[in-house]
Design a protein around this ligand. Structure first.
Ligand code: ATP
Length: 210
């Protein structure tokens, strides 16, 4: 069986150390083939980013900067219209027909999954890895029964089939959000150490988030 490809989508507005630590921890702990960072084109359930797609892409490029295991994937930015994860996974499945794909979601994103376009079919296209960000409430019955139905007992199961399992990975996460960084910059304060210096360079040079 092939090694697993991790798929990590986000607005990345901007990408920060919380995202990067998550990707690196998963790459190392689950021995992934790679983690593909996929900046969202027009996220249907988020307000429009206030920087251009090209600028968000540039910041992700600057953030990765040769880090082993992390790959940038701009397929959602190349596509016209809304970016649905369903379409992205179909397109990745066409590219990698025999490789296990794992959609990486923060617990907050997983709890809102039932609002996503064709959400019940995502599990046919990829596994899901959930990463806890903070205390969560799994009492939402729809998403809890979805979790119970597909939950794997151990992460090795994910290497034996190309899709169809959910794994909750307990990794340390950094309490950083893009919202917090945008607010710090808008207030004229210094966001250093929340994001890589190369990303901050792009932000400062292009006067973003002011
Ligand atoms: P915003 O504050 O603008 O909502 P964000 O910081 O949550 O942005 P996104 O680009 O929306 O970043 O996040 C993409 C994915 O990364 C989501 O699955 C989210 O749960 C996860 N994520 C965001 N921040 C962190 C963090 N600090 N640690 C772990 N996962 C994170």
């Amino acid at each position: 069986m092939h090694k697993i490809i991790g798929i990590f989508g986000g607005t990345f507005n901007p990408i920060h150390n919380g995202h990067l630590r998550l990707a690196i921890e998963l790459y190392e702990q689950l021995n992934l083939a790679q983690v593909r960072l996929i900046p969202a084109g027009c996220p249907p359930h988020k307000t429009q980013p206030n920087v251009t797609n090209q600028q968000r892409l540039q910041m992700v490029q600057a953030a990765i900067n040769g880090t082993q295991g992390l790959i940038i994937d701009d397929r959602e930015l190349q596509r016209k219209g809304f970016s649905y994860t369903f379409d992205t996974l179909n397109s990745l499945r066409d590219d990698y027909p025999k490789t296990p794909l794992c959609l990486i979601l923060g617990m907050d994103a997983f709890l809102g999954l039932s609002n996503w376009y064709k959400w019940e079919y995502l599990i046919d296209l990829a596994h899901i890895i959930i990463v806890g960000r903070e205390q969560y409430d799994l009492s939402t019955t729809t998403i809890n029964s979805f979790l119970q139905k597909y939950k794997a007992n151990n992460p090795q199961v994910l290497t034996r089939q190309i899709a169809g399992k959910i794994w909750i990975q307990d990794i340390p996460t950094l309490n950083i959000s893009a919202t917090q960084i945008r607010a710090i910059i808008a207030a004229g304060k210094n966001p250093s150490c929340l994001l890589p210096p190369a990303v901050l360079d792009v932000i400062n040079t292009q006067h973003l988030y002011r």
